[in-house]
Design a protein around this ligand. Structure first.
Ligand code: NAP
Length: 508
């Protein structure tokens, strides 16, 4: 039938799976933690879901005297140990045909020349079409040398019908100045549209659900403002300590590691206005506007808090303090807990504080955005009947136990009009049969598809540092961070900080 388009086959149907076109990925830092636990398993999961092209190629680059087979073994073990989807021999057999390894160090020109030759070979043998993503899963100090090598060897260059993209992991710099320097170095080699900065929180279903919750419903948006919202608490609490990553963490700390990226992104999604569309430009434009309106509450002595965990009990196990952890400088002043108070200077949020906190070795592992509403202006009940009534709250649980909880007052069964807080729960695990893809699966696929919505742009990174820099400078002039026992919810100064604003922390 002329002119008829089967809707199931129409490529405009956004429900169809998006499959990457011919391409390959080069990973630098394949022997590292991130590659083994997240990247290689995510590549396998994408292959298993049929979302990679048939001739897909994975190239590893590392300081090991390995052949392709040795690297394939590393990938195999990483997949077996960490992949989300079941291991299938036929998927692995197909994927492993495209696995290559290039031995070398980042300052070794000859190794990068070899890499360029391998990439050109893959275009010939596997039909990767000149489309390659370079994933820098390496220490940030080594970004510049690798970028220079990619420029020198022509690996960053492409013909008009090809693409070359670079994927950069956080931390994007150490402060505003170093972030600007890094952005300059990156943009000297790759144009901004080819730069994919990973904030893996944006790849999480529950983080994207903030947008669905706010903008796909009529229920929440009318009350999503200072008329109804009292304050917002954004928490990322970890129960683990340094987990063997002291080398990375010492000198970076909780604020740079988590607030600058994950928590400020969560704030931007919570506070931003409705985008005109979900095009990358609109979405990022609204996040940029929200971050531009963020102001630190002052004085910083009262509106921020930082701490270091000491020995304590975690889930029935005795654990050491951060200064006794392996690999940490015993004199380290790096904070393992950070909390800050922000205002968003817009009509929507005037007078609504946003409290952000993150820490290691806290009472429980939880990440959530809690929107706490004002109390009802009048209660037609005797106070004794409503004694236990808190404030209404909408809590978006990012992880674990992904979902949304609404807290409200309800009548207690019985003859008296007694009102008590109850909760209404939505859980991803029970509401949907599909399991959520890992954040890295979604983000890696988006890199290969050239879909940039979920990657922060330069401006977002720089605005986030602009917000945080004064706090870091202030702390640098202070004494040591305040101690808190492992397994508790942070130092007393964090409680004082929120109490001074007339609020209390949630104990999730
Ligand atoms: N791990 C995570 O969960 C996580 C989460 C978010 C962001 N990140 C970021 O991801 C990046 C990688 O983190 P990671 O934890 O995987 O680090 P890692 O375990 O320390 O691994 C670093 C990798 O870089 C390689 N490398 C370092 N210097 C090199 C050189 N001169 N030449 C060749 N290879 C070199 C190492 O190879 P060798 O084996 O030869 O030393 C290793 O494979 C960092 O930017 C980190 O901030 C990590």
């Amino acid at each position: 039938m002329a002119g008829w388009v089967n809707p199931l086959l129409d490529s405009r149907d956004k429900r169809l799976p998006r499959i990457a076109g011919p391409c390959g990925v080069v990973i630098f830092g394949v022997t590292g933690d991130l590659s083994r636990k997240k990247l290689m398993p995510a590549i396998y999961d994408l292959a298993n879901r049929g979302l990679l092209p048939p001739g897909f190629a994975l190239v590893g680059f590392a300081r090991r005297d390995w052949a392709d087979e040795n690297f394939a073994e590393l990938v195999h073990d990483a997949v077996r140990d960490h992949a989300r989807t079941p291991f299938r021999e036929e998927v692995w057999a197909r994927l492993s045909e495209g696995v290559r390894f290039v031995p070398g160090s980042f300052d070794d020109d000859a190794s990068f020349d070899d890499l360029a030759a391998v990439v050109a070979d893959l275009d010939e043998q596997r039909g990767t079409g000149g489309n390659h993503a370079f994933y820098l899963a390496i220490p940030p100090a080594t970004f510049p040398v690798v970028l220079k090598q990619l420029a020198r060897t022509g690996l960053a260059a492409r013909n008009s019908d090809q693409w070359r993209r670079v994927v950069i992991e956080k931390p994007f710099g150490h402060d505003l100045h170093s972030a600007c320097e890094l952005n300059e170095i990156v943009n000297d080699v790759f144009p901004e549209e080819s730069v994919f900065r990973i904030d893996h929180y944006l790849g999480k279903e529950t983080v994207q659900n903030i947008l669905a919750l706010r903008f796909a419903n009529q229920l929440y948006e009318p009350i999503w403002n200072s008329n109804y919202v009292d304050h917002v608490q954004i928490t990322m609490a970890e129960d683990i300590g340094l987990a063997g990553r002291a080398g990375y963490y010492d000198g970076i700390g909780a604020a740079r590691d988590v607030i600058q990226n994950h928590l400020l992104q969560l704030l931007a999604l919570t506070a931003m206005e409705e985008p005109l569309s979900f095009s990358p430009g609109s979405l990022r434009g609204e996040k940029i506007k929200a971050l531009s309106a963020v102001k630190l509450a002052e004085p910083l002595d009262e509106t921020t808090a930082r701490g270091q965990y000491t020995a304590g009990w975690q889930g029935g196990t005795k654990v050491v303090g951060v200064l006794e952890e392996k690999g940490i400088n015993p004199e380290s002043t790096t904070e393992t807990f950070a909390a800050i108070t922000l205002n968003v200077d817009t009509r929507r949020w005037a007078g609504v504080p946003f409290f952000l906190r993150t820490g290691k070795r806290l009472g429980r592992r939880v990440t959530e955005v809690a929107v706490i509403f004002k109390r009802a202006p009048h209660l037609p009940f005797e106070t004794t009947m409503t004694e236990e009534l808190g404030q209404n709250a909408l809590v978006i649980r990012i992880q674990p136990d992904e979902g949304v909880t609404i807290r409200f007052g309800s009548k207690v069964p019985g003859t008296a009009m007694e009102v008590r807080d109850v909760t209404m729960d939505f859980r991803y695990g029970t509401a949907f049969t599909e399991s959520s893809p890992e954040a890295y699966e979604r983000l890696l696929l988006d890199v290969l598809l050239g879909e940039p919505s979920l990657f922060p742009v330069n401006a977002e990174v720089e605005l986030s540092w602009k917000i945080l820099d004064p706090v870091l400078e202030h702390w640098a002039k202070q004494d040591r961070p305040e101690p808190y026992a492992a397994g508790t919810w942070g130092p007393p100064s964090a409680d004082r900080m929120i109490a001074a604003a007339g609020r209390t922390w949630r104990r999730p």
